[in-house]
Ligand binder design. Structure first.
Ligand SMILES: Cc1ncc(COP(=O)(O)O)c(C=O)c1O
Length: 366
């Protein structure tokens, strides 16, 4: 049996008629930028997250950059984040001219360890970027408390956590800004590039709207130096079709994770945890074993897809060496990098496929 890590083709086949009609309508209108679909998606996404504003931008990376810029973060400022993330989180900090300060992770959730955040705050710290990695929200209560005590901004990197919740509140509504990616593999993914910033603050929202569109207030009136980072109408049309199914898709992911947990219970591996009060949306189903690379070779032989995020976390990347980030001691991050492996998980995965994967792992490890 072949079990791919994710399966976007099956999803497309299921949604094809509705998707083609939505894209056709957008093309027929020929209003291809900042038109009715972007506006509607922004409203629908803001409503889902429970925030006043959602602003569609060119990518998740741009969403991070524009959020940092809108909050006035730049040269001389320090931003605390994690190395256990996609490089974009660190890139955004560097591109606005600020300094990335990396802090170790909680080994159970892989998210920023709040106890260590406090110790990393200096007089130059201006913001914290917790990453809700793999779909599990970071410990926002503690992070927000530290931010309040030191007058810091909090930008949630929710690129991997659309629809995740803490005590019934959606990520994207838990900090000053929330940042989402619509890269195709995400829980809410488009068929190209796209991103979104969420915020309750009117001024921040207005600034991001200006920044994403060349600082334009009206046609060819440019108030500030901005960027070209508009979410396009075709992506918004695609995303609106998928947004209707996001809660269903996340529920599928949760049920699949529960089945894996049950089937792998007596296996010498660590399955994902879900902190109390949290609704994990399993962007990735991550297990840990000290025999990770042997297991990967076995899965490959069995026709089972896998990934090893993050086998090379940000501080180990050549791009981060000139910044001296490779000097940061991150023992939990380094240990996790040796042990993590992701198993197939997507809304169209069958129980039979999950059973096949679990049996293959058990046969190999026990
Ligand atoms: C945690 C995290 N932050 C930021 C990004 C950047 O998003 P994008 O690829 O849409 O620029 C990603 C996406 O890959 C991500 O996983």
């Amino acid at each position: 049996m072949q079990v791919p890590l994710m399966d976007l083709k099956t999803e497309y086949q299921q949604l094809r008629n509705e998707m083609l009609a939505a894209v056709d309508e957008a093309l027929e209108s020929m209003q291809l930028f900042l038109g009715p679909n972007v506006q509607a998606l922004e409203e629908e996404f803001a409503q889902l997250c429970g925030v006043k504003h959602a602003i569609g931008v060119g990518s998740g990376t741009d969403a991070l950059i524009l959020a940092l810029l809108a909050l006035g973060i730049g040269p001389g400022d320090e931003v605390i984040t994690t190395a256990w993330t996609f490089i974009a989180t660190v890139e955004a900090i560097v591109h606005v001219g600020a300094t990335a300060v990396l802090v170790d992770i909680d080994p159970d959730t892989y998210c920023l360890a709040p106890g260590l955040v406090e110790a990393a705050v200096t007089s130059n710290t201006r913001a914290i970027i917790p990453v809700h990695v793999f779909g599990h929200p970071a410990e926002m209560d503690s992070i927000n408390r530290i931010a309040r005590e030191h007058s810091l901004y909090v930008i949630e990197d929710a690129a991997q956590a659309h629809g995740a919740q803490v005590d019934g509140q959606f990520v994207g509504s838990l900090g000053d800004c929330g940042v989402f990616s619509f890269y195709m593999s995400k829980n809410l993914g488009g068929y190209g590039e796209g991103g979104m910033v969420t915020t309750d603050n009117d001024k921040t929202a207005e600034q991001i709207r200006l920044l994403r569109n060349h600082g334009q207030t009206s046609r060819y009136e440019h108030q500030i130096m901005g960027y070209n980072s508009r979410l396009d109408e075709i992506q918004a049309a695609v995303l609106r079709v998928k947004l209707k199914r996001l809660q269903w898709a996340n529920q599928q992911r949760r049920e699949q994770a529960a089945l894996y947990n049950e089937l792998l219970a007596d296996c010498p591996i660590t399955v994902p945890t879900e902190a109390p009060g949290v609704r994990h949306v399993y962007h990735l189903y991550t297990i840990r074993t000290d025999r990770r690379d042997e297991l990967a070779a076995h899965l490959e032989q069995q026709g089972i897809g896998f990934a090893r995020h993050y086998h090379a976390p940000c501080h180990t990347q050549p791009a981060c060496r000139p910044l001296g980030l490779n000097q940061t001691a991150l023992p939990q991050t380094d240990q996790a990098a040796l042990e993590v492996i992701q198993l197939p998980l997507h809304p169209y995965l069958s129980d039979e496929q999950i059973r096949y994967v679990a049996t293959s792992i058990k046969e190999f490890l026990t």
